[in-house]
Design a protein around this ligand. Structure first.
Ligand code: ATP
Length: 379
């Protein structure tokens, strides 16, 4: 059985960029061209709806994760009428420059100091970042796939080893699923399944060790934060494996035993691609029974716990992106969130419709900007 410590320590060196000095957007969303210097501490972006506040956060999120915040196809983020979008950032330390180019009909490309990286994914984890926004509601309200995505993104950004296991696992899963489809028409010998199942077992067991370890660390902080937010209710977060395979050998056995059933099912039934993370409020599944307010409080608690775990793991705070969540909260929750941000954040970018909702304690140390239809100016 794989030990969390041993696999998490192996090959985990990755250069981290701590903080963004300057952001350059060219043809990204509603930004024709923008060059903006950020404070190494707090940055508040205020502006009316649909002016480009979330788009700006999305650009930073893209550099951190290579994904768009709102999950659309890359081409949708290219400024209407333009053929490509460039998002670049100059880092505070070492002034290195990270960039991503999105181009219609072409795979996204990433570069470091002007040199193209072999794959855009090579950028993942270089700029550690935790974002909290409305799309995170899916962690409680969404489907298991949304919660797996949350775990995959956070873990890939923290551990290069996780990303490697995930990439190899996904490739093996595609191959086994292709064999299952073939088997509907032609006999597929066991020898064709075996190498892919061996990989699924190895990488799948490793993914579960990382995920369980992470969720076990998330759980107590989620509970305390939830309690600090004034909720008298108990929240419980746990990793939920779909099948009871304790290690890679058991997973390999389960895969071999389910081949026939999986042909009929049309997909692989065992493994971490079907797992979930449960979020229970007072013993009931938040997704089914939680009110909107309970769900929102739970999501914020999970995300703040993520920020804390990431900070412990990195030894420094990750970049924090907060998308207009303060204005939706009541006084008590807002005060707590501000307190937690002040305790945990290094560099942060917050958006809000009224700068005042960021609260006096943040505003007094923040650089404040106004966003008006794709332009950002100091206030
Ligand atoms: N590819 C694109 N090209 C041009 N404009 C775009 C593109 N994608 C999105 N937009 C525009 O960006 C604007 C939305 O910006 P954004 O989501 O950042 O709003 P916001 O300032 O965060 O507002 P809210 O407070 O409502 O969340 C919309 O006007 C939308 O039409």
């Amino acid at each position: 059985m794989l030990e969390a410590d041993s696999i998490q320590k192996a090959g985990e060196t990755r250069i981290r960029e701590l903080g963004v000095a300057e952001v350059i957007l060219d043809g990204f969303r509603n930004y024709d061209h923008l060059q903006l210097s950020l404070s190494p501490g707090f940055n508040v972006l205020a502006g009316r709806n649909a002016q480009g506040k979330t788009n700006f956060l999305e650009a930073l999120y893209l550099l951190a994760t290579t994904r768009l915040l709102r999950g659309q196809r890359d081409a949708e983020a290219v400024y209407d009428g333009r053929s490509r979008a460039i998002v670049a950032a100059e880092m505070l330390e070492g002034r290195s420059r990270l960039a991503i180019t999105l181009e219609r009909g072409v795979r996204k490309r990433a570069s470091l100091n002007g040199l193209n990286l072999p794959r855009a994914a090579d950028l993942i984890g270089r700029l550690p970042c935790v974002s909290i926004g409305s799309e995170d509601m899916a962690i409680v309200r969404g489907e298991p796939t949304d919660r797996r995505l949350f775990l995959d993104l956070e873990l890939s950004s923290l551990y290069p080893g996780y990303l490697r296991h995930l990439t190899l696992y996904k490739r093996a899963l595609e191959q086994r699923n292709a064999l299952l489809r073939d088997a509907r028409e032609n006999a597929v010998p066991a020898a064709l399944y075996e190498p892919w199942e061996a990989q699924l077992a190895e990488h799948g067991a490793a993914l579960r060790v990382y995920r369980r370890n992470f969720v076990d660390r998330l759980a107590p902080t989620t509970e305390t934060t939830h309690a600090r937010m004034g909720s008298g209710e108990k929240i419980r977060v746990a990793y939920a494996a779909k099948d009871e395979t304790a290690d890679s050998n058991a997973l390999a056995d389960a895969l071999a035993a389910t081949r026939m059933a999986d042909v009929a099912r049309g997909g692989t039934s065992c493994g971490p691609h079907r797992d979930d993370m449960t979020v229970e409020i007072e013993g009931r599944e938040g997704r089914l029974y939680g009110s909107q307010g309970q769900q929102r409080t739970s999501v914020i608690a999970v995300k703040i716990a993520t920020l804390e775990v990431a900070r412990q793991e990195l030894g420094v705070p990750p970049l924090l992106l907060l998308d207009d969540i303060l204005s939706d909260l009541d006084e008590r929750r807002r005060a707590l969130l501000v307190e937690v941000v002040l305790e945990n954040a290094g560099q942060a970018v917050l958006t809000c419709t009224e700068a005042d909702s960021a609260g006096a304690r943040i505003l007094e140390q923040a650089r404040v900007f106004e966003v008006v239809s794709g332009t950002v100016n100091p206030l």
